[in-house]
Design a protein around this ligand. Structure first.
Ligand SMILES: C[S@@+](CC[C@H](N)C(=O)[O-])C[C@H]1O[C@@H](n2cnc3c(N)ncnc32)[C@H](O)[C@@H]1O
Length: 235
């Protein structure tokens, strides 16, 4: 168990359930989820040991929704181990169905708030972190619920090794600017923008998410921000 682990239960404000699950998905939740679920109270110190085949690296997606992006990445990169975090039960069930259909062996699931898992994970274990279309919590009094608050940036900085990347996208411009402002003043991250309009363009290798498709259909223009973990030890 990680020495820095702090198991304070944090309040979850998002949704947990939606429509009733089909019998097949309920079965996957009962049979497959326990085999793939990460337990923050167990020993997670050897990240590669979490997967049946040796994983070259470990990447994580926070808030995978129905899992389309996670499944596409895991299919594209069979030698990478993936951790997907999502408390929304219907989304977890959809992911399990896709894992089962495609017989993927390189995804582990945390079906809860990532803040409960991160303290149990070893430092510098991640090579990439995806935060895609996370809830923008637009009201000022809810900004502290945003995934990119300083306390979470500290957790990300601990888990990402120097050179590792964070891929962030949002269709909410104010939330994206708020995130950029916080990341830019933290020396542990470097914005990888190469051109003035970099934030308008998805990075190479991008896989469109379900939420992103919906946003585009509504005429919204997503913002794409890529950051790299630097060598700095403190913000
Ligand atoms: C707007 S949806 C986007 C889903 C997906 N990334 C996409 O682009 O289609 C954001 C998702 O992030 C999840 N989420 C938000 N905060 C989270 C957290 N702290 N830990 C895990 N998942 C989180 C929510 O449950 C929700 O399903």
């Amino acid at each position: 168990m990680n020495a820095e682990a702090n198991y304070t239960i944090q309040r979850w404000f998002g949704r947990r359930t939606g429509r009733k699950l089909s019998a097949a998905r309920r079965r996957l939740m009962t049979v497959l989820l326990p085999r793939l679920r990460l337990d923050p109270y167990s020993d997670l110190s050897d990240a590669a040991a979490l997967f049946p085949k040796i994983a070259d690296d470990l990447w994580m997606e926070i808030g995978f929704g129905a899992g389309e992006h996670l499944v596409a990445q895991a299919s594209r990169h069979p030698n990478i181990g993936f951790i997907g975090c999502e408390p929304y039960v219907n989304g977890v069930a959809a992911l399990l169905a896709a894992i089962n259909d495609k017989a993927l062996t390189n995804i582990r699931v945390f079906d809860d708030d990532v803040r409960q898992l991160m303290p149990a994970m070893p430092a510098a274990c991640l090579g990439r972190l995806y935060i895609l279309f996370s809830d923008p919590w637009p009201k000022v009094r809810h900004h502290r619920r945003r995934i990119t608050v300083e306390s979470n940036l500290c957790s990300f900085a601990r888990l990402l090794r120097p050179g590792a990347e964070v891929w962030f996208a949002s269709d909410h411009t104010e939330f994206a600017a708020w995130t950029l402002e916080r990341v830019l003043r933290d020396r542990r991250f470097t914005w990888l923008a190469r051109r003035a309009d970099d934030w308008r363009l998805p990075p190479e290798g991008w896989i469109e998410t379900r939420y992103e498709q919906k946003a585009r259909a509504q005429g919204l223009k997503p913002v794409y921000l890529n950051f790299m973990r630097s060598d700095a030890d403190s913000p």
